[in-house]
Ligand binder design. Structure first.
Ligand code: PLP
Length: 375
């Protein structure tokens, strides 16, 4: 592909060059199984130790609290199912209505096998209200899981406050930080969480690798049965190259957070300025103040988000929608529904997520093509 503008960085990101270079030796020469005892396993084993230390230091954790997984979906599944099903009693779990499907479908599974799950509403900006958590949590609640930042509307939740409420009631707290890690400052101690999910391909690392932070002494069942990898908690031969790529990309992203945040602010400002010059009417979905850098989620009245996506695709621009059309009707995303966007606006929702490869010129071009596609 050439000359396209990729503005869907919440879906995935381009692999960082340094991450790729760091992975190469483990794909080609250092291919030994890290669990083996002979000398060619030494480098992969050392690499895993290094990656665990780097990742832990990026989020304020201890290395032994980092468990490598196959990505955000696995980390979320593990946290949700691994806590609830660790015991004979069918304990309740609480999540928000705007969680990623990796969390919501895990909860549906819990309900299917007889565990109670409560779903918290959010306000019009996508915030979970601490008071509403207080009103439904009980001493029986075993886990509260609320995402750090929403993948569609970018709203950053008040996790520190929510985790305190959960702990006060005797519950554990998990956060899906897949969209946040590498993009905003994340420290597990400041957040006060017991578990945190992350995924490498959201911060310019490789796909199919992630991690779950599990605070020491958290009672959780192992994710996969088999070998003794990951301290007997997640069996399976480690994806050494992927893990090294993830650590390299995360360290680089974390070091660049302040400059990238400022740069992405400039890009989004340029986008909105161009859009405002067109006099088109639109509504911004999600919080203005507490929002992921580079996230734009807007709705145009009477438009089809999916049609806009296709028109921009023809111009070589990749964006996303907040709805999907099937043959009968337009299906509005559960997040856009949860923040109560009216039907006319909801169907015309698009998500544009700028990342480290994008420039101000590109953001203006995206706005221009969007305006042309609508007018
Ligand atoms: N959680 C959130 C908030 C996400 O945005 C995603 C991916 O889009 C996931 C979980 C799943 O992560 P992965 O693609 O690594 O399985």
């Amino acid at each position: 592909m050439s000359q396209y503008i990729y503005a869907d960085n919440a879906a995935t990101t381009k692999l960082d060059n340094d991450a790729f270079e760091a992975m190469k030796p483990f794909l080609l020469n250092e291919y030994g199984n890290a669990s083996a005892l002979y000398s060619i396993a030494r480098e992969p084993k050392k690499a895993l130790k290094w990656a665990r230390e780097v990742i832990a230091s990026c989020i304020g954790a201890q290395p032994e609290e980092i468990f490598f997984t196959a990505g955000g979906t696995e980390s979320d599944n593990w946290a949700i199912k691994g806590i609830a099903t660790n015991g004979a009693v069918k304990v309740p779990t609480i999540v928000s209505k705007i969680e990623h499907h990796a969390v919501l479908r895990s909860c549906e599974f819990l309900e299917y096998i007889g565990y109670p799950v409560a779903y918290l509403s959010v306000d019009s900006e996508g915030f979970v209200c601490p008071e509403s958590l207080k009103s439904i949590i009980s001493p029986a609640t075993k886990l509260v899981s609320i995402m750090l930042a929403n993948n569609e509307i970018g709203t950053i939740e008040p996790i520190t406050e929510l985790a305190k409420i959960a702990h006060h009631a005797g519950s554990l707290f998990h956060t899906d930080a897949v969209q946040a890690v590498g993009h905003i400052h994340v420290d597990v101690n400041e957040l006060g969480v017991d578990m945190l999910s992350a995924s490498a391909h959201k911060f310019n690392g490789p796909k199919g690798v992630g991690f779950l932070f599990i605070k020491k002494e958290t009672q959780i069942i192992s994710y996969a049965s088999g070998g003794s990898q990951e301290s007997h908690m997640r069996a399976g031969t480690e994806n050494v190259a992927g893990i090294v790529g993830m650590a390299t990309a995360l360290r680089k992203s974390v070091e660049a957070i302040d400059t990238e945040t400022a740069r992405l602010k400039e890009l989004t400002h340029a986008f909105y300025s161009r859009l405002d010059a067109s006099k088109l009417e639109y509504r911004i979905n999600g919080s203005i103040e507490n929002r992921l850098p580079g996230n734009i989620n807007i709705s145009f009245r009477g438009q089809s988000g999916e049609a806009l996506l296709h028109r921009l695709d023809l111009k070589g621009i990749c964006i996303s929608t907040g709805s999907a059309c099937n043959s009968q009707e337009t299906e509005i995303s559960h997040v856009i529904r949860a923040i109560d966007v009216s039907q006319y606006y909801a169907e015309g929702t698009v998500r544009i997520t700028f990342g480290k490869e994008n420039t101000v010129e590109e953001s203006i071009r995206v706005a221009e093509e969007l305006v042309k596609a609508i007018c």
